[in-house]
Design a protein around this ligand. Structure first.
Ligand SMILES: [Zn+2]
Length: 513
């Protein structure tokens, strides 16, 4: 039997803390449930001392997730550990993750501590935490730039003090695969008692080597990898889970390991994260990019048709990419609707399904074809129960080479019909200005992008709009054959999400001690 590699998912912690990927609690919970379905072993749900939101997220994920371990991050200080343990209290399988930097650079400029002080603080942290929890992971931040002998010294103490997992992060994405392999081997050889713990690696992608370095770590003896869905995370991101898992899966001939990941759930998870964060996945992204399994070159297409293995090292089905692009319409029944949602990774209660189906029918009456993207927006709204404070009733835009772009818009705001008109630099600008005037929003537009969902000039356009107000960022989506209408819908969707999130945040603040 091959050895198991534990998959430690940190999408909700390391992934989420990067700008543009922030998620609210409801979104984190939806993702946590999907991660459970995906079969990850550990979910790192947050850093409770960092913010009220992180604390609450760890607590809620702890309450709702059954099988995976739920992990919370803490510095070595006592208050951090107490806060993390408190957040983990409802978890069935809690794990505490304590970290401190070990590189001289961090010691001197960030921590302003001596090596001896670092060791003392590790020991007192572990001694304190051990009174309350046995399952403790310890990380040496910036390990790849630390003096290997000091690293061994710190790890030796941490193992003696009872850490069960020792994590070696390449925090700044600096190491090279053969160098990292040697480092892990060195730690394995030199640390007394290391065979009693699980060695882990945590790699960042600054040089595009996070996955290669993680695999090198596994070869050297690491049995846990820390990674994120779609590789999101600080700067260039973390090691992408789907790439590590599929490398192990596809190259069994050279890598005698396995993971418990249900690979068919990879694509639905990736899509769900994309929908939640508004992240754009480059088409050439390995495993989950739109082109990852498409064969354009004639000679390749010919080969694949004759025998798939000529140009395909794994099948799209294996990672859960639906084999056909099924389009639903107004004649599609409840059964087809449910089946498609399941393929997209959504599991709804009967009541939610009934609601979503009703809204689907309304949508199908207006639109000839309902695409996966429409279904995702519809279902996310249903699950998150985002109230529609603002609704578009009517939009008319004039533009061209000889006229000043003008938009007139009618909206329903809290059930009241309002209308207005504005000029703009272009038709989208005019539409947005009118909507901004009608809603009185103070939000700032951060991003606007248009994508064709289908081919041809009659393509359905999908517009994404990212807006920010008082530090809260949200993404809105809109799809329509007319991109001006799609733009207005996306902007209004974003405004509804912003309202929803503002309300949610103030509730959270009221609950906090
Ligand atoms: Zn990291």
């Amino acid at each position: 039997m091959s050895e198991k590699i534990y998959i430690f998912d940190t999408t909700l912690r390391d992934g989420e803390q990067a700008p543009g990927f922030s998620m609210n609690i409801e979104e984190k919970l939806i993702l946590a449930h999907q991660l459970e379905k995906l079969g990850v072993d550990i979910i790192e749900a947050g850093f409770p001392s960092a913010s009220e939101g992180d604390y609450e997220a760890v607590r809620r994920v702890s309450q709702e997730v059954q099988t995976p371990e739920v992990c919370a991050l803490a510095r070595t200080r006592k208050e951090d550990i107490e806060r993390a343990l408190e957040a983990l209290e409802p978890a069935q399988n809690p794990r505490l993750h304590i970290f401190i930097a070990t590189s001289d650079l961090h010691l001197e400029y960030k921590l302003r501590m001596t090596r001896q002080q670092v060791i003392e603080s590790v020991l007192s942290a572990l001694e304190f935490a051990k009174k309350y929890i046995d399952n403790i992971e310890f990380s040496c931040e910036d390990a790849s730039r630390s003096d290997p002998d000091f690293l061994v010294q710190v790890i030796t103490e941490a193992v003696k003090a009872g850490a069960k997992v020792i994590n070696i992060p390449d925090t700044v994405g600096y190491t090279l695969p053969f160098e990292f392999e040697s480092l892990i081997k060195y730690i394995k050889e030199k640390t007394p008692g290391i065979e009693q713990v699980i060695l882990s690696v945590h790699c960042h992608n600054d040089l595009g080597l996070a996955v290669a370095n993680s695999l090198a770590g596994i070869r050297a003896g690491a049995r846990q990898v820390e990674c994120t869905i779609n590789g999101i995370g600080e700067r260039a991101g973390n090691a992408a889970m789907e790439e590590i898992v599929m490398a192990i899966n596809t190259r069994k001939d050279l890598l005698d390991y396995h993971t418990d990941i249900v690979t068919e759930q990879i694509y639905p998870t990736s899509r769900l994260l994309r929908k939640i964060t508004g992240l754009v996945i480059p088409p050439n992204k390995a495993i989950v990019g739109a082109n990852a399994f498409s064969h354009e070159a004639g000679i390749h297409q010919d080969g694949v048709l004759k025998h798939r293995l000529t140009y395909e090292i794994m099948t799209p089905e294996k990672v859960g990419i639906p084999s056909s692009r099924l389009v639903l319409g107004k004649h599609s029944g409840r059964h087809a609707f449910r089946k498609r949602l399941e393929e997209l990774g959504f599991e709804l209660s009967d009541e939610e399904l009934e609601q979503a189906f009703r809204r689907f029918k309304e949508l199908a009456d207006k639109k000839k074809e309902v695409f996966d993207e429409d279904l995702e927006v519809l279902v996310m709204d249903e699950i998150l129960k985002i109230p529609k404070k603002y609704q578009l009733r009517y939009i008319n835009v004039t533009s061209g080479t000889e006229v000043m772009p003008t938009a007139s818009v009618q909206m329903e705001i809290d059930g009241v019909l309002v209308r207005d008109a504005e000029f703009g630099d272009g038709p989208v600008d005019a539409a947005f200005k009118t909507i901004a005037k009608l809603t009185g929003t103070k939000s700032r537009l951060l991003l606007y992008s248009v994508n064709a969902i289908t081919g041809g000039t009659d393509a359905q356009g999908e517009v994404r709009v990212r807006i920010e107000e008082e530090g809260i960022e949200v993404t809105g989506f809109g799809a329509h054959t007319d991109i001006i209408v799609a733009s207005a819908l996306a902007y209004i969707d974003a405004l509804n999400r912003l309202e929803y999130r503002k309300k949610n945040l103030s509730q959270l603040r009221r609950q906090a001690p």
